[in-house]
Unconditional design. Structure first.
Length: 351
């Protein structure tokens, strides 16, 4: 682990190198973009210090996720907790706990197991807290007991946040577009890392955290006075949340590298099909595979799977102005089904 002699001139890139070295000592990242962005985010949490001249305009949420367990999410939380300013980890909290915690402590907030929060439940209260909390001045109104009854009170929701969980596709879009995705994978056998023991790594993290605080304090004006240029190829919201990390990267002299990493991590992903469009796409595949101009309903249902029936199929197609099944003559039988031309308009509009 690199160390700094107080009598030496400060090498501005040393602090990010040191953070990344610390992380990669115990973590196997899929690529080099991720530890760099996590290191910048860790530095960013220190700009919420009471002594920092002016808070940043926005804060990016890190969304640390993986397709399976045992991919390093909890480990990355523990490593980051030891380096950020004022860490708080929450699990299974209510929205009331969350906004009171932010109002009182303005922590670097670690929200674990987010896959269970929005798995089959809307949790609109919690989503409201997170939706506005990425921007300076973000708040939520709630009643607070007063001498004459409930008093409407504004609670701040603005603070750095790291969300972690299995990627189950349930994270609300309004939260996802406030996040920089950190997609982890299980470590391969050929990826060697040291086993993390908090009691052994603690002194190293404590010393490094002190250096982080010193660097952010010494470079405060350089950080807050710089306005980065937009990143090409990403959405305005993605650039907005990236700004504080680019300000720090500029002060470090590594803005070009950070811009390239952010552009890769925030590159627009192909839009996921809605259930209706996925159905239209699948039915087109069935027509193409069979080469048929007409298919009876049962033939379509067999290829869609056991969860489908004729009524569900017709209900799902009706919003696309595809009428309920037409009578099709096959042999000497009249069967309910669809002609290929029934789908031409919907396919042309949506696929």
């Amino acid at each position: 682990m690199p160390t700094k002699n107080p009598n030496d001139a400060f090498d501005e890139t040393l602090i990010t190198d040191a953070i990344q070295t610390y992380l990669k000592t115990y973590m196997a990242f899929p690529d080099d973009d991720q530890p760099l962005i996590v290191a910048l985010w860790i530095l960013h949490t220190w700009t919420f210090s009471q002594s920092f001249p002016r808070k940043p305009w926005t804060t990016p949420y890190l969304y640390v996720h993986s397709p399976e367990k045992q991919s390093g999410k909890s480990l990355l939380i523990e490593l980051s907790e030891s380096l950020v300013l004022n860490p708080e980890k929450v699990l299974g909290m209510t929205s009331a706990v969350l906004f009171n915690l932010i109002e009182q402590r303005q922590p670097a907030l670690f929200i674990d197991e987010v896959d269970t929060i929005w798995s089959g439940a809307k949790n609109e209260e919690l989503r409201g807290v997170l939706n506005g909390g990425y921007k300076h001045g973000g708040y939520i109104w709630r009643n607070r007991p007063g001498p004459d009854g409930p008093e409407p009170t504004k609670f701040s929701t603005f603070c750095p946040k790291l969300l972690a969980g299995i990627d189950n596709g349930q994270l609300p879009d309004t939260i996802a577009d406030r996040c920089i995705p950190i997609r982890l994978r299980r470590k391969r056998e050929d990826q060697q890392t040291e086993i993390y023991y908090a009691f052994m790594a603690g002194p190293i993290a404590e010393s490094l955290a002190a250096e982080i605080g010193d660097w952010v304090s010494a470079n405060a004006e350089k950080i807050i006075d710089y306005m980065p240029k937009p990143l090409q190829g990403i959405s305005p919201r993605a650039f907005e949340i990236s700004m504080p990390l680019l300000q720090i990267a500029h002060a470090l002299g590594i803005e070009k590298t950070a811009r390239e990493a952010l552009s890769r991590l925030l590159a627009p992903q192909p839009e996921k099909d809605s259930p209706g469009i996925a159905l239209l796409r699948k039915i087109r595949e069935i027509f193409d595979e069979t080469g048929a101009e007409k298919l009876h309903t049962q033939m379509i249902l067999e290829r869609l799977g056991d969860s489908w029936n004729g009524k569900l199929l017709s209900n799902r197609l009706r919003p696309y102005e595809i009428e309920p099944p037409t009578i099709i003559l096959i042999g000497n039988k009249n069967l309910r089904g669809y002609y290929r031309h029934n789908f031409d308009d919907a396919w042309g509009r949506y696929l």
